[in-house]
Design a protein around this ligand. Sequence first.
Ligand code: HEM
Length: 272
Amino acid sequence: MSAEKKVLLPSLVKKYLMAGSGLILVLFVLGHMAGNLQFFGPPEMINAYAYHLHHLPGAPVSLWAIRLFLLLCVGTHIAMAVLLVKENQAARPQKYAKQGFRKADYAARTMPMSGLIILAFIIFHILQYTVRNVPENYNETIGEATFEQAHGLPPIEYFDVYAMMVKGFSNVGISIFYLVAMALLCMHLTHGVASMFQSIGFRNEMWRKRLHTLAVAYGWFIFIGFASIPVSVIAFGHGKAYLAEKEAEWAAQTQQAQTVQLAQADNFKEGR
Ligand code: HEM
């Protein structure tokens, strides 16, 4: 049976599929980090960025197509990882028993576990920032902010993503969870990028070392970029003054809306 499966999807194809989907995810992570670093600019910057992401040409179809494509990459990456691990175990049970973990470094040994924790992180992250329901309902607690547009176009009022990020990372538990997940992600990326180069044929010893250094540098770069955001909020209170100001503004708006509603209800009663 396994022979039939191997014919259907040879190891090399699995390796290429794993490397290809991994490369797309590596590029996504880099792009997402670059986008997120706008958090260090004025709040309007990342708010305008989030607005434009949600209003890409052809949205919402284009946005969903990108999301589905990323999901397909995650699915392919996991499926190929499971198939390749099974295949290796079936092919070399004795070799593993003899060699143990001697040769593999920490990142390599923990790939399945770090992969699973990253998956759990991504699910939590999407629930927190895309669905906006964890740990509190940001759709109800965060209001809108205005950002200016160029070329004399009217200003836009849009969901305040900057305030949501400050609020999210003000929770120390969540920030620590992010930092742990980012550390695992970067270890996973370091080993993954190095293996990807091997899969696509860079097996020469000199290149192996160079590419390993490049992969380590990439992992650290991504870690520092992402980690700087929660660290800036918990350690330096970045954005907290802005959040306090906006929360007071939204509370005043809610109160005003309630007063208007009560007045309308009173008028309605009196009118009857
Ligand atoms: C400090 C770290 C991170 C921050 C501050 C952050 C921030 C955000 C924010 C604000 C959104 C929602 C954007 C919006 O809907 O307006 C988002 C969405 C998302 N993030 Fe992150 N992110 C971080 C790390 C990561 C990592 C490491 C990954 C993947 C490994 C990731 C994957 C995603 C995905 C898949 C989405 C959903 C995009 C969509 O709306 O379809 N994020 N992130």
